[in-house]
Ligand binder design. Structure first.
Ligand code: HAM
Length: 469
């Protein structure tokens, strides 16, 4: 074998042939586990992203539960559109010169060359789906709710993430002041039920004609104040002057504050419509603040626009808990029949950060499994435990356990940490006798019961059990 290799490699030569000594081939050493760990860097979260870990589980489950309950109570049906859409869906609906499209959208070329975007909001997708699924032939309005992750390449800071979650509702197919008020009511009550007292900031930006008239006035004013504006807003004067009104730069704040008020440029129809929305809110007892500079940062809006803030926490736009408004032109802009619509979205990270800071969160869901722990000792008990736990689960009794732990002491400590009110103990003797011990974790009292009666017995016992601190 050795010579064969040498012959193959060495070309014929006139020089004296030397038999090449084959160097022993060094097998690469198997990297030890610790070496693997040393050589590989740990992978961190991307900027602006966050994990939702079990410690936040109850906040997130409560928010979802409440969103579902609210949406159902007001007749909204669940709809989920994909996270990935054609980018043009958003450029055409939100507007090219908006911050979301201009600076924040995650856009890339898909493998087939299509320009796609991660959804930077729910509304455009909902309208696309309304058109695609022929929902205009359903009884109107079509009321849908959505819940899930949204992506914006925003500058990360408190309350601003690059992946965040929104709960939103859209009412598509009719125009009526009561529908605008109902949307505000759903969001307001969602927050109220979570123990958050919200203020509603509201304005009207009228119809297209109103906005065109107002824009002429606004551009004149902004040109006179050009030198005070940030570089972006200087460009916006000609491209999309309304966007100056939602600029977040401090330098622009004073100019915006003193700008002409859009409400004064509304035509009769728009004014009457807005007054009726306010009357509905009065009737419902929802407090609101008229905010003349509120125009919202997306191009599809008309007439009613609104935002929600926690009471006393309104100075910065990044504190907005949510917002929405009417968008009567959007269905048509996306290729459908002229169809009025309105909606809102709430930012759940901001909502949950308020809940987390609260001491008395009465409305948080409880962990359903914390009452009973199953401890076992010995091989036979180990296998039997698995079967009993499954039987209990089928009868609606959720049990925590650690079947990989052998020591009873260790298991009792886990039961205690988990706040179990009762621990079931199964040892060799109990397996043999067909019994099981129910231990009250507070008093330490133990009761031996027949395994066949376990489920009925434990159901009775935990019914009256008070949660442990
Ligand atoms: P939006 O005002 O762009 O409206 O977003 C709604 C809410 O999402 C904001 O008020 C805020 O709470 C949250 N949010 C926005 N950006 C971020 C971020 N980077 N990090 C964390 N939370 C954020 C819309 O999205 C419209 N589609 C609402 C709508 C529905 N209008 C009609 N229908």
């Amino acid at each position: 074998m050795k010579t064969k290799i040498a012959q193959k490699k060495k070309p014929a030569s006139t020089k004296k042939k030397t038999v090449e000594k084959k160097k022993p081939v060094k097998k690469p050493a198997e990297p030890s586990e610790s070496k693997i760990q040393k050589n590989l860097r740990t992978i961190s979260l991307l900027r602006g992203m966050k994990d939702i870990t079990p410690k936040d589980e109850l906040y997130w489950r409560t928010a979802y539960h409440k969103a579902e309950e609210m949406a159902n109570a007001y007749g909204f049906e669940f709809m989920e559109t994909p996270a990935l859409e054609e980018a043009v869906l958003f450029t055409r609906s939100l507007g090219k010169d908006t911050d979301v499209v201009d600076k924040e959208m995650y856009v890339f070329e898909d493998r087939d060359g299509t320009r796609v975007a991660l959804r930077p909001e729910w509304t455009a997708g909902a309208v696309r789906a309304y058109i695609n699924h022929g929902m205009q032939s359903l009884p109107q309005p079509v009321k849908v709710w959505n819940y899930g992750a949204i992506f914006r390449h925003d500058r990360p800071q408190a309350g601003r993430f690059r992946q965040f979650h929104q709960f939103g509702c859209e009412t598509i197919g009719q125009r009526h002041p009561c529908l605008d008020a109902e949307l505000i009511l759903v969001a307001y009550n969602f927050l109220k039920d979570l123990g958050i007292h919200a203020n509603v900031n509201i304005n009207s930006i009228g119809n297209l004609e109103d906005r065109q008239n107002y824009t002429i006035e606004l551009v004149g004013y902004l040109r006179s104040k050009r030198s005070y504006l940030c570089e972006n807003c200087k460009k916006r004067i000609n491209k999309n002057p309304l966007r100056v009104l939602d600029c977040k730069e401090e330098s622009c704040a004073e100019v915006i504050q003193e700008s002409p008020q859009i409400i004064e440029w509304l035509g009769e129809e728009s004014k009457t419509y807005f007054m009726k929305v306010l009357e509905c809110l009065d009737e419902l007892g929802i407090p609101y603040i008229l905010k003349s500079t509120l125009v919202r940062g997306l191009d599809y809006y008309c007439d009613t626009v609104f935002e929600f803030f926690e009471d006393g926490n309104e100075e910065k736009s990044q504190n907005a808990l949510g917002g929405g408004g009417r968008y009567d032109m959007l269905v048509e802009q996306l290729g459908g029949q002229p169809t009025p619509a309105a909606g809102f979205a709430l930012g759940l990270e901001r909502v949950i950060s308020i809940l987390r800071a609260k001491e008395d969160n009465k409305n948080l869901l409880e962990k359903p499994w914390s009452k009973v722990f199953f401890a076992q000792l010995g091989d036979q008990a180990n296998y039997k435990a698995l079967k009993l736990i499954e039987e209990m689960r089928l009868q609606g009794v959720i049990v925590r356990h650690n079947l990989a732990k052998a020591s009873l002491k260790g298991q009792m400590e886990t039961a205690d940490k988990l706040g179990a009110t009762h621990t079931l103990i199964l040892g060799q003797k109990e397996v043999h006798d067909g019994t099981i011990i129910i231990r009250d974790m507070d008093s330490g009292n133990q009761e031996i019961v027949d395994q066949n009666k376990l489920i009925a017995e434990i159901k009775k016992t935990i019914k009256t059990a008070k949660p442990r601190k």
